[in-house]
Design a protein around this ligand. Structure first.
Ligand SMILES: [Zn+2]
Length: 206
């Protein structure tokens, strides 16, 4: 296999990228100058070195010189610690943040649970979520858990799975479990809706 073919194969592994698009990426790169390619290659190498996973919410964040273990949201004293929003992935968090409607904390599950999935606990970070809910209930007075997933069968399945698992904790600590999805139309993926739609979905959570 030559370099063009190898690189095409790598690009086609990126989310949402098919073989034709990945080939276009390769030819685009071939037309760019060396400086562009070098910068891109350097950034790719730096990515894993400089980016950490937040110990509290699992979010990726760029490390600064102070060597902090928390992302800026978890470290922010002005966030409302009574609310914890559970999302599937980083990009969903970013979209909710952009809407400016939510000032609580987050938890990133790292994926969703497909219908008929045999080992859901290996697909999402559920054990750590239980620990987080337990700790936050004791220490920061957690009151509400907001499940915010895409409005599709897999998102709904994930929502049911999570609510079933955390309901004993909700009972124990008198937590409200709500869902963001109600205000979003069917088929909506959480990473796409605009600020106004997110705002409505948040206000109408139930
Ligand atoms: Zn965090």
């Amino acid at each position: 296999m030559n370099t063009i073919q190898k690189l095409t194969e790598h690009f086609s592994k990126l989310p949402g990228i098919g073989p034709r698009q990945s080939k276009r990426f390769v030819y685009y790169l071939l037309r760019r100058d060396n400086k562009f390619i070098e910068e891109l290659a350097e950034l790719l190498l730096e990515l894993k070195k400089e980016v950490m996973v937040c110990a509290l919410c699992n979010r990726f964040f760029a490390m600064n010189s102070s060597g902090q273990k928390m992302c800026n949201i978890c470290a922010d004293q002005n966030r409302d610690t009574h609310m914890l929003m559970v999302v599937a992935k980083d990009i969903d968090l970013e979209n909710v943040e952009r809407s400016g409607v939510y000032n609580g904390l987050y938890y990133i599950l790292g994926g969703t649970v497909a219908i008929l999935e045999k080992n859901p606990d290996q697909k999402v970070r559920i054990k750590e979520l239980i620990k987080t809910v337990e700790e936050r209930s004791k220490k920061t007075g957690l009151k509400e858990i907001i499940l915010a997933f895409s409005v599709n069968p897999e998102g709904e399945n994930t929502m049911h799975y999570i609510s079933e698992i955390i309901s004993p904790l909700a009972l124990k600590y008198s937590l409200k479990i709500s869902a963001l999805g109600r205000g979003l139309s069917t088929g909506t993926e959480l990473e796409y809706p605009d600020a106004e739609t997110i705002k409505n979905a948040f206000k109408n959570r139930a």
